[in-house]
Design a protein around this ligand. Structure first.
Ligand code: SAJ
Length: 430
């Protein structure tokens, strides 16, 4: 047995860490670890590697630039994996849309990349979100192709919990779950994360860790679905759901989330399916998914009502990111709404000052509204508050606010009809 290093956690020798996947989670994690360790970031995307090696970041995130500047001496980016003491897998787990199951191809190939470099006592950390038992049934068997069996290397699942838009703060301050295949694995991972995590590092087994992560995101999805259902019911009853939710949340044990145009992003719209794929008992989870996915249709119904009789309508979406103040547009409900509008044969224009590389053209504010009949706010970026409605050269003055984000009077004073989702007066789908 090749005994490359001392494996007593309290005396652990970790010098080099290899992070596979330099996306919204992998890159911040790599840079936080580079404050203490020598870190190599690996990504199959050549553009990301070049961008980083030229001293730039591939995406924006609060505080990341400053951290990057600080740790650049300890961090390098490459397309090929290198031997290390710790390997962290932070690659995406997309949804196989037609089957509603996890597509594990990136997780598999990351494990395949690690296996030839794995030596006795190395620690492998899986951060990517996966269906329960994936560590045991998929990842560890691939790592064993190294010739080592699972008691010769260390393995934990340590799901990330940070919220895009506040990633660094949450990576440092949130509690984390560490699910090891044995005590030594968990203790070693705890030692590594303790270099930057101020929250508690809570130890469990791998399967429970996988399940906990999915429960967290699923509970948020179900809660948002409930808020969306409340919004529709409140509309029927001419009640302002936003005020009603505020009041209900004054109960000490009630925390209802906010209605909106649907749930996007790479996590909450996807992870709940990883539970339904492994169980025959899931019912509420898929119903919540269906409710949230139906919100763009609900909005379209409203647009149909507003624009009845208008020939060749033009509709403008403000904010195609999946939520406010981020540039990430993965699984954004805007995409579904765009398709629905196009299938009506209507013209759709888009404005989002943050989003890049979107599949449809994004225009400037004034181009996007020129001659439009209806503006719809999808992601309520703070910057939209600065828009002066008197300067917009629209054809018809209609604005739909799916987030209850507008200062209504400002728009009404310029002659706009303001329709707010769930406000009890303006958003009836009939
Ligand atoms: N949304 C609503 N109403 C709400 C809250 C959110 O409609 O009240 C929508 C958002 O607009 C967005 C979607 O839900 O389209 C998801 O946004 P989010 O802010 O709820 O969550 P994410 O996807 O940015 O990050 C989540 C977080 N999980 C939880 O809060 C349980 C984060 O902590 C996870 O690390 C992340 O998923 C992940 O990577 O799994």
């Amino acid at each position: 047995m090749n005994s490359k290093k001392i494996l007593v956690p309290e005396k652990l020798l970790v010098e080099k860490i290899c992070v596979l996947g330099l996306g919204y989670i992998g890159l911040p994690t790599a840079l936080l670890l580079a404050q203490k360790y020598s870190v190599v970031g690996v990504d199959i995307n050549e553009k990301i590697i070049k961008t980083l090696n030229n001293g730039n970041l591939p995406f924006e995130e609060k505080g990341l630039n400053k951290l990057f500047e600080k740790v650049r001496g300890n961090f390098s980016a490459t397309q090929t994996i290198e031997p290390a003491d710790v390997f962290i897998i932070a690659v995406p787990t997309p949804l196989e849309e037609s089957l509603k199951i996890a597509d594990l191809q990136y997780v598999r190939s990351a494990a395949e990349m690690i296996a030839p470099h794995l030596t006795t006592g190395d620690l492998v950390i899986l951060e990517s979100t996966v269906p329960p038992c994936t560590s045991e049934n998929v990842v560890i068997p691939i790592l064993e192709k190294s010739g080592l069996n699972s008691n010769e290397f260390l393995f934990v699942h340590c799901p990330e919990r940070a919220i895009p838009g506040n990633t660094l703060f949450e990576m440092i301050n949130n509690d984390r779950i560490i699910g090891g295949i044995n005590e030594k694995s968990s203790n070693t991972a705890r030692y590594v994360y303790a270099s930057f995590v101020k929250g508690s590092l809570l130890i469990t087994d791998t399967k429970t860790a996988e399940f906990v992560k999915l429960m967290e995101n699923t509970s948020r999805d179900v809660n948002i679905a409930l808020a969306n259902e409340f919004a529709k019911i409140a509309s029927e009853m001419r009640i302002d759901v936003w005020k009603a939710i505020d009041l209900a949340n004054r109960h000490p044990r009630v925390k209802i989330l906010q209605p909106g145009p649907g749930v996007g992003g790479h996590c909450i719209a996807i992870d709940p399916w990883f539970l339904t794929e492994t169980s025959t008992h899931a019912q509420m989870i898929s119903l919540a998914r269906a409710i949230n996915d139906s919100m763009p249709n609900h909005i379209l119904n409203k647009v149909r009502n507003i624009l009845r009789g208008v020939s060749n309508p033009v509709i403008t979406l403000f904010g195609v990111a999946y939520k406010k103040n981020v540039d990430d547009w993965r699984a954004t409900p805007a995409l579904r709404l765009i398709r629905l509008i196009q299938s009506e044969g209507w013209d759709v224009r888009l404005y989002d000052p943050f989003v890049r590389n979107f599949p449809c053209t994004i225009q400037t504010l004034h181009e996007s509204v020129l001659g439009t009949d209806c503006i719809i706010i999808i992601a309520d970026h703070d910057i939209f508050q600065e828009i002066d409605p008197s300067e917009l050269r629209v054809r018809s003055k209609n604005i739909i606010d799916t987030r209850n984000s507008l200062k209504k009077e400002k728009w009404k004073n310029e002659g706009f009809a303001v329709y707010t989702l769930g406000d009890g007066t303006s958003f009836h789908s009939g």
